[in-house]
Design a protein around this ligand. Structure first.
Ligand code: B12
Length: 456
């Protein structure tokens, strides 16, 4: 059995710092296989803390979790690029330990070869980590020559997805900063949106955990750490098989007293479904609306139209449920005319927050990447380690930015550029507010004014 140091090297703190959930799930699998595991984190202890933990534990294997490559925001001009943090961590650990270093995590899995080369780590696990990581650690423990890259293609069934081995000190650190904790209820994304990497990360088959196991995990977070607000980290919470409804029923039956939010897709949600979700603790919905006009929704391969989005928004407003629509302008099929239509459509989303972005970060293996290559925007061999953004050839990115900024000016519930939203969230956190926070931006209908009391 091996001594394993697992560390998150994610420096990102927007929209808030997030606990390294994947790392703790890998830790759970390694612990179950009998290994000794210590978890550490760059944000909680810095590079020195990481090196100290390594010197103290003297690990036989080190695993680093690379969650993000960049912040997928075209307008921040590549300013937030996170792979250097992983490279610095590898270098710092090499100074105190001779143990082989393996990488894993969502960001890593999108660009494994390029990130291995850039950071100088020894091994990598692409995709789901539990099985592959145990195999890799076992092979290294036996002194066998282990492959440079392992692919977690033998994915776990829902019932076998482990509860994370939560590190108490790390959870307290992240919870103090955000007021939130993430919980994964299922893996897999059955959709095939033109730009998206989720199916390649988690596979297309939806694998749901047992509702009881999820509720138990939530209860533990409440009892052990006082977590009152949970974010479900599923790619898309409302799956076509209805696993999300079974979980909501279980939560409604055995309430944990926690509020929760999740990413939902606008299709297939009626009053009955939403009411059940609200009864089970849903406090706010984040909607992958993704585009604002029929042409651009079709260009992204979305299987709903804006009418469905507007109907759902109306329902949310009737139920008093805060909703945030994430919308990207400039994608396939965008023209100055569709931008105008899109902005007019967004006016229909009364009582909601809209977070707008421009340009789509390209990922290899997506239809959008193929299109970008065909349109000459990217080369077929580009590794995309530094982000490249897709813009429709009929759009000027600078003009588009100006149009959106002008359209949203003066409205606190319409966020553009994205950095403005991140600054708002950071400012609120500095003032002591905790939680998802965007729900506080919603414009509610004004209460009718009281007539001033008659004088005398
Ligand atoms: C939910 C989510 C969010 C939520 C998080 C909520 C929360 N409280 O946790 C919110 C909306 C806040 C969010 C924000 C952001 N996100 Co996000 N997010 C996701 C999503 C959908 C799931 C992440 C997750 O928690 N999965 C559950 C855990 C259990 O899985 P996991 O971490 O992948 O871990 C598994 C494997 O990766 C592996 N593994 C993990 N670590 C390790 C370590 C080792 C050693 C090994 C061997 C294996 C291994 O094994 C684990 C278990 O199988 C992913 C997309 C996806 N489907 O993966 C994007 C994703 C990770 N996010 C992404 C980004 C960019 C961001 C933001 C930077 C966006 C922004 N500008 O605000 C921020 C950064 C947040 C931060 N502070 O780090 C990108 C990263 C890629 C990139 N281009 O950099 C992704 C991949 C989406 C995408 N665009 O493609 N995100």
């Amino acid at each position: 059995m091996s001594r394993v140091l697992l560390a998150s090297v994610n420096p990102a703190d927007e929209p808030y710092p997030v606990y390294p959930l994947g790392l703790s799930m890998v830790a759970a699998a390694l612990l179950a296989a009998g290994h000794e595991v210590r978890q550490a984190d760059l944000q909680a202890g810095g590079l020195e803390g990481l090196a100290r933990t390594a010197a103290d534990l003297s690990p036989e294997v080190i695993g680093l979790s690379v969650r993000n490559v960049d912040n997928v925001d075209y307008l921040s001009g590549g300013g937030r690029w996170y792979v250097d943090a992983a490279r610095e961590a590898v270098a710092a650990l090499r100074r105190v330990s001779a143990a082989p270093i393996m990488l894993g995590g969502a960001g890593f899995s999108l660009l494994p070869e390029a990130i291995l080369d850039y950071t100088g780590a020894d091994h990598g696990v692409v995709g789901e980590g539990e099985r592959a990581c145990c195999e890799l650690v076992a092979a290294l423990g036996r002194g066998e020559a282990a492959p440079r890259l392992m692919r977690g293609t033998q994915r776990l069934d829902g019932k076998d997805i482990p509860a994370p081995a939560i590190d108490g000190a790390l959870l307290r650190h992240y919870h103090a900063a955000s007021g939130l904790a993430g919980v994964q209820t299922k893996r897999g994304c059955p959709h095939s949106c033109a730009y998206c990497s989720y199916p390649s990360l988690e596979g297309r088959a939806v694998r749901a955990r047992e509702p009881q196991a999820v509720v138990e995990e939530m209860r533990r977070l409440a009892v052990d750490f006082g977590v009152r607000e949970v974010v479900f980290t599923d790619s898309v919470f409302n799956d076509p098989h209805g696993h999300y409804l079974a979980l909501a029923e279980e939560l409604a039956r055995r309430p944990t007293g926690q509020a929760w939010s999740a990413f939902l897709q606008p299709r297939g949600l009626g009053r009955e479904e939403l009411s059940l979700l609200v009864r089970s603790g849903l406090k706010a919905v984040e909607l992958g609306t993704d585009a604002a006009s029929e042409a651009t929704l079709a260009g992204l391969g979305k299987h709903f139209d804006f009418g469905q989005v507007a109907d759902l928004q109306q329902l949310c407003a009737q139920l008093g449920l805060p909703a945030c629509h994430y919308v990207v302008f400039g994608g396939p099929g965008e023209t100055p005319q569709t931008v105008r239509q899109g902005l007019a459509n967004l006016e229909r989303l009364e009582g909601a927050v809209v977070m707008a972005f421009t340009g789509l970060r390209l990922h290899r293996g997506t239809r959008l990447f193929e299109r970008a290559v065909a349109e000459g925007l990217a080369g077929p061999g580009d590794d995309l380690l530094r982000p490249v953004y897709y813009f429709s050839p009929d759009i000027d990115p600078r003009e588009l930015g100006e149009t959106l900024a002008a359209a949203f000016r003066g409205r606190r519930d319409r966020i553009f550029p994205p950095a403005h939203g991140q600054e708002l969230m950071a400012a609120m956190r500095r003032l002591g507010y905790r939680g998802i926070l965007w729900d506080t931006l919603i414009r509610r209908p004004r209460a009718p004014r009281q007539a001033p009391a008659a004088a005398g």
